[in-house]
Design a protein around this ligand. Structure first.
Ligand SMILES: Nc1ncnc2c1ncn2[C@@H]1O[C@H](COP(=O)(O)OP(=O)(O)OP(=O)(O)O)[C@@H](O)[C@H]1O
Ligand SMILES: [Mg+2]
Length: 322
């Protein structure tokens, strides 16, 4: 057992983390608040992300996701609360915490005067890394940027620029990687290669914090998810639990006979003997079938539809935008 634990954690430790840090959360946010004028962008956020997690931070436009990331990256100061990266306070120990963090920003920011390689060398320099070309080449390879190494940044397409932003975030091999909508405006091929690379980094022990509006991406990649609304966390659980506990299930039925009135509130769609019902849980299936039996209605076809994160998201966060 002890050996198993050691092996497991040996795989999870990023190359630049030491064993003493293992018990520290990768990201620890306590009662973080941030106000912009009258707007309370973050309203007492508590969040603890363990080392090695692939964590999703979801929420509608304006929920406060980027604000929280900006506080973690030291780009904005919290009005209240504490935030730390691997035990280093983002305000009091800014340099140490920033070194442990790689951030892919939501906005496309780039210097039009440099090539891709120069941009990545310069970024390495910010972290005191002089001879970093081996890693830069590896990162460019994984992000399919090798052909563009000597191309000027201003000549790149939007998707290519975003790849460079991802590469920039990784030049100093940060143990904690924050990606703020990294796949916005990115084609399917890059998305897939990007996720393969990020998943590999996660398997190597890097902690990943991802925000995305592509909920199917979050569902496939993240093991835990927090949902933010109006600057507050409204849900925080494993992806599996969120799907199980909140989405219920959908049943498509083709019946001969009538649908008992007690089941009508559950109907979402209907067309001549075909019904789509939402049930609060899989257990409710049994009582639905019992009611159909009592009514003398026969089921000709029945298919169950898996709940997805989009349904959970809409229930918790709603369709409204701030
Ligand atoms: N520098 C700023 N000055 C004033 N208001 C700001 C500033 N930055 C963010 N806000 C406001 O704070 C709120 C939260 O913004 P934030 O960018 O964190 O949202 P978000 O969840 O990242 O949204 P999106 O999904 O659109 O990226 C928004 O109402 C936004 O207008
Ligand atoms: Mg944002």
């Amino acid at each position: 057992m002890a050996l198993w634990i050691c092996c497991r954690y040996a795989v999870m430790i990023p190359r630049n983390l030491d064993l003493f840090n293992l018990m520290l959360p990768a990201i620890d946010v306590r009662q973080a608040r941030k106000r912009y004028g009258q707007l309370q962008a973050l309203d007492g956020v508590d969040l603890r992300i363990e080392q090695g997690e692939f964590f999703g931070l979801l929420g509608p436009n304006g929920a406060g996701k980027t604000t929280l990331i900006n506080l973690l990256a030291g780009l904005a100061l919290p009005d209240d609360g504490q935030l730390s990266v691997l035990g280093h306070d983002v305000v009091k120990q800014y340099r140490a915490s920033r070194r442990l963090l790689g951030v892919v920003p939501q906005e496309l920011v780039f210097d039009p005067f440099f090539t891709v390689r120069e941009t990545l060398r310069m970024q390495s320099g910010f972290f005191g890394l002089r001879h970093n070309d081996t890693w830069i080449d590896e990162v460019m390879h994984h992000l399919d940027l090798t052909d563009k190494a000597d191309t000027n940044m201003r000549r790149l397409s939007g998707g290519m620029k975003r790849r460079v932003l991802v590469a920039q975030a990784l030049v100093h091999k940060p143990p904690v990687i924050v990606l703020d909508e990294p796949t916005a405006g990115v084609d399917v091929e890059l998305r897939q290669s990007l996720w393969r690379f990020i998943q590999q980094l996660n398997r190597d022990g890097h902690t990943i914090l991802l925000t995305t509006h592509y909920l199917e991406e979050a569902e496939a990649l993240c093991t835990r998810i927090a949902m933010l609304k109006h600057g507050r966390i409204v849900a925080l659980d494993s992806t599996l639990n969120l799907l199980r506990s909140l989405a219920g299930c959908r049943v498509r039925l083709k019946i001969a006979g009538y649908l008992p009135a007690t089941l009508l509130p559950q109907v979402v769609e209907q067309a001549e003997g075909d019904y789509l019902l939402t049930l609060p849980s899989y257990q409710a299936l049994e009582s639905m079938l019992a009611e159909l039996r009592v009514a003398g209605t026969t089921v000709q076809e029945m298919t169950l539809q898996q709940p997805d994160l989009e349904e959970v998201f809409l229930r918790l966060v709603g369709r409204t935008v701030q």
